[in-house]
Design a protein around this ligand. Sequence first.
Ligand SMILES: [Zn+2]
Length: 213
Amino acid sequence: MANLIFKYSAMNGGKTINILQTAYSYEDKGFKIVIIKSKKDTKGKDNIVARNGMMRKVDILLKENESLLTEKNYKLYYTAKVILVDEVELLSEKQIKELWYIAHLINIPVLCYGLKSNFKGEIFGEGVSKIFAIADIVEEIGSSSFCICGQKAIFNARKVNDKFTDTGPTIVIEDGTKENVEYVPLCSDCYLKYVKIHSNEAKTLAKLVDKVR
Ligand SMILES: [Zn+2]
């Protein structure tokens, strides 16, 4: 039986390199693969691009409301040994459900790579909620990503013009805006220290801690 698998890590956790390596090892044995990414990921256009500069063209560049269950796509799935999805957090709930059908109706493994949380520290969106609910296997990518302090990163903090922020739209691609947006993987301690410390809830709690200390 094939599975729908969700592999997650914080940003810079080696997800795209992991996909490219997986793609290579299948193709090296002569198997066909299908790579999918959302059109919302404007970085690299119709390529997936790893931080080390490695890239490859996707087979399906999925539009926001586009269905994965089309005749044209089915033809691709039937010839492939595995389906690889990059930045799965950008897919809709419906598209995640379709991936589950593909895994179990066609009996082909569907490996999805992505983030579990956004820069606010919340579940990234409806697609991520859905994949947590229905994936056969959920696993953290082993190499994972590291915080600036050296601890394991959990959060994907956003910096705009060099300042941490936890407000703004959920999806802003690093090179997709005029503003200087970058993401910094942080551990919980550093996320509190650099991002959350100015929030009212953090200030109230800090006061309470000082009081009882
Ligand atoms: Zn840290």
